[in-house]
Design a protein around this ligand. Sequence first.
Ligand SMILES: CC(=O)SCCNC(=O)CCNC(=O)[C@H](O)C(C)(C)COP(=O)(O)OP(=O)(O)OC[C@H]1O[C@@H](n2cnc3c(N)ncnc32)[C@H](O)[C@@H]1OP(=O)(O)O
Ligand SMILES: O=CC(=O)O
Ligand SMILES: [Mg+2]
Length: 326
Amino acid sequence: MRSAIRAFSTNVTKTDRKGFVPRRALLYVPGSSEKVLAKVPKIKVDSLVLELEDGCPLASKAQARTNIAAYLDDLPSKGDHACFELGVRVNSVSSGLLADDVKELSKAKHLPQVFLVPKVDDPDELAAIWDIFKTNYGAERIQNSKSRLIIYIESARALLDMPRLLATTLNLHKNAGFFKLDGVVFGSDDFCADLGMSRSNEGTETLYARQRFVTCCKAFSLQAIDSVYIDIKDLDGLRRQSIEGKAWGFDGKQCIHPTQIPVIQESFLPPPDKIEWAKALIDEYIKHENEQRNTVLTFRGSMVDRPVILQAMNIVQTVKYIQESQ
Ligand SMILES: CC(=O)SCCNC(=O)CCNC(=O)[C@H](O)C(C)(C)COP(=O)(O)OP(=O)(O)OC[C@H]1O[C@@H](n2cnc3c(N)ncnc32)[C@H](O)[C@@H]1OP(=O)(O)O
Ligand SMILES: O=CC(=O)O
Ligand SMILES: [Mg+2]
């Protein structure tokens, strides 16, 4: 009977298990600061992103590129990293800076585990992005790497065109061998700027956008990474927004300061009482199925049917995958 439960499709089982990377917190570390870069191997965060885009002033971009390329070139000497994944966020194609970024990064012996490409607004830009990577790295080096891709949705136009953007990016992997799209980030600050919105800690102005965003990500079985919480001192507000994002289906959240990491990572793990509930419910459901009864049952006073079981399985599998990846 366990097989009946396994056969259910959940957002976790749809992901390639072997390649699962937890991305509860995605921390930006500006590439311009050699002092901060020196701390990178010891920073315990799911995804650590060496930053070339908006966290790096224009005047420091060249230095940041050189620093990150040197870091990647010399990666083995840095020893084991405490993060699950080391990525690089490059500049957008529309900035005109992407070619210089990729040219410098491609001189390094090693590729990052994930490239993060911001402000992807139009499906036509994807051909230009692929072209820049192919020209600098060579198609074979890309096709033979295990590096993944994350793109950013940061404008009204991109949000409305999201299904086409995601499908085009996934097809570039299937048809040309570009890095496989693994996740998508909601660039809330640029999105607010694009729409002329005022940013608030409550985030009510981005409610529709975040919900459309997460729905599109899940329709394509991609990880959904939520907004940045820019009020670094307000850890209670960060916790509230992280828990909200988790409840809406987000897999993780962007992070700009080390103090935000534990708050975000804890919030994106189901709490112990929820894990206990999910395990007990699955056991009860299996027993119930064995007895060939109706698949709708009452559990701890609430009605349980298939969608509730799927939610319980998501909880159990998410925890299992994060524990196994540690
Ligand atoms: C909307 C977007 O696109 S978000 C992404 C772009 N933005 C970024 O990349 C910003 C990333 N964050 C930062 O640059 C910094 O956190 C800032 C500028 C916001 C604040 O930095 P500081 O004033 O140095 O903060 P603070 O004094 O509290 O730092 C405490 C310690 O944490 C370190 N630290 C701060 N931020 C980071 C970070 N992102 N990664 C690693 N270490 C960090 C500091 O170096 C400092 O270390 P030290 O005690 O050894 O000197
Ligand atoms: O890139 C992130 C954002 O919020 O903008
Ligand atoms: Mg942005």
